[in-house]
Design a protein around this ligand. Sequence first.
Ligand SMILES: C[S@@+](CC[C@H](N)C(=O)[O-])C[C@H]1O[C@@H](n2cnc3c(N)ncnc32)[C@H](O)[C@@H]1O
Length: 353
Amino acid sequence: MAKHTMFLAKENKNDEFYTCYDEIEKELNHYAKYFKNKVIYCNCDDHAGIGLGTPKSNFLKYFADNFEAFGIKRVIATHYERDGASTMYILDKDNTGDGIICSEDIQEIPLKSNGDFRSDECVKLLKTADLVVTNPPFSLFREYVAQLMEYKKKFIIIGNINAITYREVFPLIKENKMWVGYGFNVAMIFKTLYKNTSESNRKNVRSHGYDPDDNYITTPAVCWFTNLPTTKRTEFLETGKKYYGYEHMYPKYENYDAININKTDDIPMDYDGAMGVPITFLNKHNPDQFEIIGLGISNSGLEIGVKPYKPEHKLYRKTIQKRGAVDGDLYMMVDNIVTVPYARILIKKKKGN
Ligand SMILES: C[S@@+](CC[C@H](N)C(=O)[O-])C[C@H]1O[C@@H](n2cnc3c(N)ncnc32)[C@H](O)[C@@H]1O
């Protein structure tokens, strides 16, 4: 069996998406000042691309290219090897003696274990780091973020927009321990281990200058997540919309005292009560302007006081609408029809705004 086929059989397909250099550059350039004198750890990053034929990670390359310009102290990269010991890559000094610190100065040091980000060896490295930057495996996103929180690390990482609604992740967003970066809900092109067989996807990849025959695939709904300051988080939203006089535009939920809003641009600036907004609101969230009350879906909804379906509405939804009816989901009555909007975040304006 070819090496790739063996690899694919064992792996979680969604984990093997390798970030393009230009996407890394586009996001990380925003944070350049936060890299000064810092130890940066990329802990899911196969710099040499030796892990059973996986593509190379571009994260260490990006930091090596900018090492001197950003004034970085040290960059460490480790990666996961399924069948044996892994390798660590370190860049912190001019090993070639040519007077500059760049990719050529990266040292390769064998690890004892397989480079799992949860292994003792990697946790030890994590403890030495100020900042963690990577695109981690999607299937382990919850665990990955929990570890960053446990060790109180600053981070810039990639995830899917759905991660916002995870029960383990949303409370961190609500408590302002994690927020979205500059690239939010974007279609990103990744190098993968798989053939791109979708004609429309191939066309899109080509239009961005990548070769679909080289396993590049466009993936929707990608977000950067961070706990470093971003300028967009300090901007005040001003939609020019009003609630009073336009009440009919904003139906109230049947099971929570809040109005429903379908688009962030429709948030009325004169409404002081709770409002249910789409999760894309987070792209515009300024914690000085709005407070996040919670997430109006299933158990997360029940926890913040979203009432279960009234029996007749639950029945109607199941038997007439033939849809799922999960208690804790916000719903409203529109022309006597049970209407459940897609996941809503409940927010409230902060006093004085
Ligand atoms: C989404 S890919 C991104 C790779 C690389 N960070 C990049 O952006 O190019 C996630 C990577 O994490 C690796 N991985 C899976 N499980 C891991 C683990 N337990 N510890 C560390 N890395 C893991 C996958 O094999 C894959 O290479």
